[in-house]
Design a protein around this ligand. Structure first.
Ligand code: ING
Length: 307
């Protein structure tokens, strides 16, 4: 009996700065319903799925910044998501800006994603580690990328948990570009990696690479999938959001690195694929059998003299 999981990527189009949580949650529930109608058991949403990608703006007033954060999960506005998942009998994953009061009384803020069961239990939480961009306003940029200003570096590592019949891990957006991300998850034998992203077409520090954004997006996730023998689900917030063009290309990638399903619009769109988690064995037991072929003891040696 194969351990197949019907997974949906629920890509989201632009979210206006003024769009209410209630309106966004309504869009997400519509996508959940479409996914359920196509047999999905797990629905994956983008990074910071509840609001516009606010790190593109330089904000100074902390109260205004905190309007983009969730201090409770679920809250009154997001509880309908959990109710819909229970009604439809599916698990879901989504990203949001998390604000917590730590045990020492300090307020801490993270770029967070969670996997939630159909029963409403948070099965896994991850806080983004690789925060791209800059801390202070840089006026030369057509838009800002201030994740380092608004979020702390994640403090949960890259956890992998046994859920939904397999070993599931998460990363968020820029994390997917760093091979360490997928390798840390791969060393824990992840079989399914979920990631959302908000990726502008234009990358101000290197505009000559703008035409490569879709290529680099898939390159990073396909390589991560193949080199660690895991399914990867990458889900975009896409389209022209508050004047900033974001790439789409949401996709479901097999452990072989092949794209099994891909979005073809820059709006709200659901794609579904049957993900046989046993197919991870084809890679993890063979070409990337770490126990057999990987030699970490040799990698760190700085050879002073030729042998
Ligand atoms: N966004 C982008 C990402 O890593 C970026 C930032 C864009 C980095 C283009 C490099 C090139 O996909 C987030 N939110 O990390």
């Amino acid at each position: 009996m194969s351990r197949s999981l019907m997974i949906a990527a629920a890509q989201m189009g632009p979210i206006l700065r003024t769009e209410s949580r209630t309106a966004v949650v309504r869009r997400m529930i519509l996508l959940m319903e479409k996914a359920a109608a196509r047999g999905a058991e797990l629905v994956v949403f983008p990074e910071l799925a509840l609001t516009s990608f606010f790190p593109r703006w330089y904000l100074e007033d902390q109260d205004e910044i905190d309007t983009f954060f969730e201090s409770r999960m679920p809250s009154e506005e997001t509880l309908p998501l959990f109710d819909a998942a229970a009604r439809l009998g599916l698990s879901f994953s989504f990203g949001y800006a998390e604000k917590i009061r730590a045990r020492d009384g300090k307020t801490r803020r993270f770029n967070t994603s969670v996997v939630v069961s159909a029963e409403g239990e948070i099965l896994l939480k991850y806080r983004k580690i690789h925060l791209p961009g800059h801390r202070e306003a840089e006026d030369w940029r057509p838009f800002q990328h201030l994740e380092k200003r608004y979020f702390e570096v994640g403090n949960l590592g890259f956890p992998v948990t046994d859920a939904l019949g397999g070993r599931i891990g998460m990363c968020i957006c820029n994390d997917r570009r760093w091979p360490e991300t997928f390798r840390i998850l791969g060393l824990q034998k992840a079989e399914l990696v979920l990631t959302g992203y908000n990726t502008p077409v234009h990358y101000p520090p290197a505009p000559a690479h703008d035409h490569l954004q879709d290529f680099h997006n898939h390159l990073s996730m396909q390589a991560g999938a193949y080199q660690n023998g895991t399914w990867v689900v990458g889900v975009a917030k896409a389209g022209r959001e508050e004047g900033c063009d974001l790439i789409g290309g949401s996709c479901i990638i097999a452990p072989t690195g092949e794209i099994a399903a891909q979005c073809v619009t820059l709006g709200d769109e659901v794609i579904v694929a049957e993900c046989d988690l046993d197919r991870c064995r084809e890679i993890q037991d063979n070409i990337f059998n770490f126990a057999e072929h990987r030699q970490p003891d040799q990698y760190g040696l700085l050879v002073e003299t030729t042998p």
